[in-house]
Design a protein around this ligand. Structure first.
Ligand SMILES: Cc1cc2nc3c(=O)[nH]c(=O)nc-3n(C[C@H](O)[C@H](O)[C@H](O)COP(=O)(O)OP(=O)(O)OC[C@H]3O[C@@H](n4cnc5c(N)ncnc54)[C@H](O)[C@@H]3O)c2cc1C
Length: 453
C-alpha cells in the first residue's frame, strides 16, 4: 500500500541510495537529487572526497545491503570485489599481538574501492522503476508549510543551472553534512540537536599499488594498530578490484603523513610493525597519493529534538560522522536504511503513516549507533590528546576491553563474538553476558583464566 505520491532523497551516496531503496516500496515516485555528475565506472568524484581512501565494508553493512538488494554479495563479487574470510585472511597487528591469532570466524566480508561499492549499489537502485536519479542537481533548501509544522519539498538548481522546486511527502537528507536539515529546523523555529564531539585530529594518506606476484600468501589485508601512549600512527591495507592494494596510513594530533611517494614510504616505514612497509616497498605505485583531514567525530542527538517536523529525516553522516579508522559509516547508513524500510512497512497500513515517523525512526537510529559510537569512542579517548568528554566509567571500560582482547586471543568463541560486535552484527550489550563478564574480570584481577588452553 502506497504511503505517498512522492519522496525526495538529497544525495546519491551510500545513505541516499539505500534510503531510496527503502522508500521505493512505499511511494509512487522516489526522486534522488545528486549534486555530482556520476561516473559510469568506479571512479572518484567531487562530492565524496573520502572515496579515495580505504573503505572497509563491515559484515553488518554487507548484510544490511543484502536485505535491501537480495543477492548483493553476488553483485559485489561480479563487479570484482575481493571476498575474504574475516579473522583468517586479515593480519591484525596490535600491541602485544603481532599478529593477533588468525582463525576462521565463520563469516566473509568483501574488499573493494569505495567507488565500486557505491556504483554496485547505484546500479541496483537504477533497476527499480519507481526511482528516478537526477544528476547535477544541487539542493539549495528544504521547503516548508507556512504553519511551520512540516517540510513539503525542496528547491534545487538543476544541471542546466535552472532553479526548480519539487513537492514531497517525505524528504531524506542524505547530503552527508546534513546542513539542509539543520537549516530547516532553524527556519521552523526548532531547537537544533545537541551534538557530542570527539576531537581526534586525524590525518590520512592513501596510495594504491599493483599487487606484486610475490605478495605474501598468508594474508589478504593487514591492519596495523598504533603503539600505546601518545603513539598514533596506524595503517589499514586492503585489496581492491583489479589486483590492487590500497594502503591508508594515518596519525593524530600532528603526526601527518606526507603526500609525496618518498614521504609516504618513509611514514609507512615508521609504522609499529613492518608488514605493510615490506609489502609495498617494491610494489608499483598507481596514481598519486590522496590526503584527508578529519578533525572530529560528531553525533547529533536527533531523538532529543522536541516536536521534530513532519516530512523530513536525515540519514548517514547527516546524523553521525564516525572516526573513519573503524570503517563504520557506510555500514551504519545501510543499517539505518533497513530500519527505515521496516518502519515504513509496519506503518503502511496506519491511517497516517508519516505522523510520528520521526521519533520511531530516531529511536531505531539511536539503537544502531550505540555500538559503533562506543566502539570508536573508547579507543579514541585512550589517546591522551583526544578532545571531548570521557565516559564516567572510562578507566574500567578500557581495562575490560584490554582483558576481553586477551581472552579473544585465547578463545576462538570470544574472538568470534568480539568480531561480530566490531562488524556490527551484534550489539555491544552481548558483553554483559554474566559468564563472559566473570571470565573477563578474572583476567582483570590477574587470576588464571579457567578456560585457558
Ligand atoms: C577518510 C574517510 C575514510 C572512510 N572510511 C570508511 C570505511 O572504511 N568504511 C566505512 O563504512 N565508512 C568510511 N567512511 C565514512 C563513509 O564515507 C561515510 O560514512 C558514508 O559515505 C556516509 O554516507 P552518506 O550518504 O551519509 O554521505 P556520502 O556518501 O558522503 O554522500 C553524500 C552525497 O550527497 C551529495 N550532496 C551533498 N550535498 C548535496 C546537495 N545539496 N544536493 C545534492 N546532492 C548533495 C554528495 O555529492 C554525495 O554524493 C570514511 C570517511 C572518511 C572521511
Amino acid at each position: 500500500m502506497s504511503i505517498g505520491q512522492q519522496a525526495v532523497v538529497v544525495g546519491a551516496g551510500m545513505g541516499g541510495l539505500t534510503a531510496a531503496r527503502a522508500l521505493a516500496d512505499h511511494f509512487e515516485h522516489v526522486l534522488v537529487l545528486e549534486g555530482d555528475v556520476l561516473p559510469t565506472d568506479p571512479l572518484d568524484r567531487h562530492g565524496v572526497p573520502q572515496g579515495r581512501h580505504v573503505h572497509a565494508l563491515l559484515a553488518g553493512g554487507q548484510r544490511a545491503l543484502a536485505e535491501l538488494f537480495p543477492g548483493f554479495e553476488d553483485s559485489l563479487s561480479n563487479a570484482g570485489a575481493v571476498r575474504f574470510r574475516v579473522g583468517l585472511d586479515m593480519r591484525v597487528e596490535r600491541p602485544g599481538f603481532d599478529p593477533f591469532p588468525q582463525r576462521d570466524l565463520g563469516f566473509d566480508a568483501f574488499a573493494m574501492s569505495r567507488p565500486l561499492v557505491e556504483l554496485t549499489v547505484r546500479r541496483r537502485v537504477q533497476e527499480l522503476p519507481s526511482i528516478n536519479l537526477r544528476q547535477g542537481c544541487r539542493v539549495q533548501e528544504l521547503v516548508h508549510r507556512t504553519d511551520r509544522t512540516a517540510v513539503t519539498g525542496v528547491r534545487y538548481i538543476d544541471a542546466s543551472g535552472r532553479a526548480e522546486s519539487v513537492d514531497a511527502d517525505l524528504v531524506i537528507d542524505a547530503s552527508g553534512r546534513g546542513m539542509l536539515t539543520l537549516d530547516a529546523l532553524a527556519a521552523l523555529d526548532r531547537v537544533p540537536p545537541a551534538e557530542t564531539t570527539i576531537g581526534v585530529d586525524l590525518a590520512y594518506a592513501s596510495a594504491v599499488f599493483a599487487i606484486p606476484d610475490d605478495a605474501p600468501k598468508d594474508w589478504t589485508g593487514v591492519f596495523c594498530f598504533p603503539g600505546i601512549g601518545r603513539a598514533s600512527r596506524g595503517s589499514l591495507m586492503l585489496p581492491l578490484e583489479g589486483q590492487r592494494w590500497i594502503a591508508t596510513v594515518g596519525g593524530r594530533h600532528g603526526d601527518n603523513p606526507p603526500g609525496d611517494e618518498a614521504g609516504f614510504m618513509e611514514y609507512a616505514k615508521g609504522l609499529r610493525a613492518p608488514t605493510i612497509y615490506n609489502a609495498i616497498k617494491h610494489a608499483k605505485l598507481l596514481g598519486d597519493i590522496a590526503r584527508f583531514r578529519f578533525n572530529e567525530s560528531v553525533l547529533r542527538h536527533y531523538p532529543r529534538v522536541e516536536n521534530f517536523p513532519r516530512g523530513v529525516l536525515p540519514i548517514g553522516d547527516a546524523i553521525c560522522r564516525f572516526n573513519p579508522i573503524y570503517g563504520q559509516g557506510m555500514s551504519v547508513a545501510s543499517q539505518e536504511a533497513v530500519a527505515l524500510a521496516r518502519l515504513l512497512a509496519t506503518r503502511a497500513r496506519e491511517r497516517d503513516p508519516l505522523a510520528e515517523l520521526a521519533p520511531a525512526y530516531f529511536a531505531e537510529v539511536a539503537r544502531i549507533i550505540d555500538t559503533p559510537w562506543a566502539a570508536a569512542a573508547i579507543p579514541d579517548f585512550v589517546h591522551p590528546d583526544t578532545r571531548g568528554e570521557r565516559p564516567a566509567d572510562f578507566e574500567q571500560t578500557v581495562k575490560f576491553g584490554a582483558a576481553l582482547g586477551k581472552l579473544a586471543a585465547r578463545d576462538p568463541a570470544v574472538h568470534r563474538l568480539a568480531s561480530e560486535v566490531q562488524h556490527l552484527l551484534k550489539p555491544r550489550s552481548v558483553y554483559q553476558d554474566p559468564d563472559l563478564v566473570q571470565r573477563v574480570r578474572a583476567l582483570m584481577s590477574g587470576q588464571k583464566e579457567g578456560n585457558q588452553p
